[in-house]
Write a protein that binds this ligand. Structure first.
Ligand code: NDP
Length: 329
């Protein structure tokens, strides 16, 4: 049984030195397991995270263990009787030729319905990722501009097509003229901008003359820096991944936005004047708490309007203590 094991944890770029190929006897299924001959193994960006010991949403692959990943396989034998020999299934079987896995966790594939490999891509985890990010987070509306990075890829290609069907004007971002041509001609996005072009940021701005209303983030890095200034008021950004930064040995300075993905954070800016109801609700609620003695506050009073400039400068330097108010004398 040929297997690819994790040999060492990469610091930075991944190379062959981090893996080891071994040939062993095929496993024997334990009770409840089926023996599979893996035919297609999926390679996905998340695997870079599994190679690292850093805390994430899933445990890392142990050193010496087989690399994790989904595969499309044919059943060799299934003592549980769920599947027949030769059946096509989708399962988590790792980078190896044969695997013995719990039969209950396998999903049967119908090769007549769609090519079996689509279960790893367009109809599988990446396609589903696109569906969730577009319909639940990016929420493109008809006529809006929707931008997706890694647009020729497994997730991005589907995300843009879903947004297009929802009526948005889709602008892809991809690396190189060949990928951009594919995105325009094959996937049907009206625009695709090459992030390798030296004037990428200008080209992106030109492709989005009315700004960006929703962005599907797959890449991070320089692409993200070009997209952000173009975001319109109330734009939605679906943080799916930041593949450009997965090999970074040290996170880029500033808050690392990959935490949004890893911890499923929700970040939303707001301006209070957009919430007129709150201006009626809060004085009522807060006023009652105040009268009960349940709401504490502190005021920092400055005497005389002439002292306002100095007090205001102090506000920005932390010299006020509590709500700063000028008493006009
Ligand atoms: P892709 O098929 O899109 O392949 C990765 C692509 O990323 C490359 O082809 C390349 O496209 C782009 N890329 C890689 N490095 C860089 C770089 N340095 N700068 C700019 N672009 C780069 O992969 P997937 O569709 O499988 O994954 C896309 C993203 O979705 C990843 O970030 C992944 O981690 C994330 N993901 C998140 C999931 C979730 O549940 N949140 C689930 C699945 C995927 P190009 O040359 O066009 O730039």
């Amino acid at each position: 049984n040929r297997r690819i094991l994790l040999r060492a944890r990469p610091e930075g770029r991944v190379g062959p030195e981090h893996f080891e190929t071994v040939d062993e006897a095929p496993p024997s299924p334990r009770p409840g397991e089926a023996l599979l001959r893996n035919r297609f193994v999926s390679l996905d960006p998340y695997m870079r995270g599994r190679m690292s010991a850093a805390k994430s949403y899933s445990a890392p692959v142990e050193i010496g263990a087989v690399m994790e990943g989904q595969s499309v396989a044919q059943v060799v034998e299934d003592p549980t009787g769920r599947f027949g020999a030769g059946d096509w299934v989708l399962g988590g079987a790792g980078w190896q030729r044969f695997s013995a896995v719990p039969a209950a966790g396998l999903r049967k594939l119908d090769p007549g319905a769609a090519p079996v490999t689509t279960a790893l891509g367009v109809l599988g985890m990446p396609g589903t990722t696109a569906w969730v990010g577009v319909t639940e987070i990016a929420s493109p509306r008809p006529g809006e501009t929707f931008v997706v990075s890694a647009a020729s890829g497994a997730v991005g290609g589907v995300a843009g097509q879903i947004a297009g069907r929802m009526g948005a004007r889709v602008v892809g971002i991809a690396g190189g003229p060949e990928k951009c041509a594919f995105v325009r001609e094959e996937l049907g996005f009206p625009e695709c901008v090459d992030h390798r072009a030296p004037d990428f940021a200008d080209r992106l701005a030109a492709a989005c003359p009315e700004g960006i209303d929703s962005y599907f983030e797959n890449v991070g890095g320089a692409v993200q820096r070009a997209v952000f200034p173009l975001l319109n008021d109330f734009a939605r950004v679906a943080f799916c991944g930041m593949v450009a930064e997965y090999n970074d040995a040290e996170p880029a300075p500033g808050p690392n936005l990959m935490a949004l993905v890893r911890k499923r954070l929700k970040l939303q800016g707001f301006i209070v004047r957009d919430h007129p109801r709150a201006f009626a609700d809060w004085p009522r609620i807060g006023g009652a708490w105040l009268r009960e003695g349940a709401l504490k506050y502190r005021e920092d009073r400055v005497q005389g309007l002439e002292n306002a400039p100095e007090a205001f400068a102090g506000l920005l330097a932390g010299r006020n203590f509590g709500k700063l108010i000028v008493e006009v004398t």
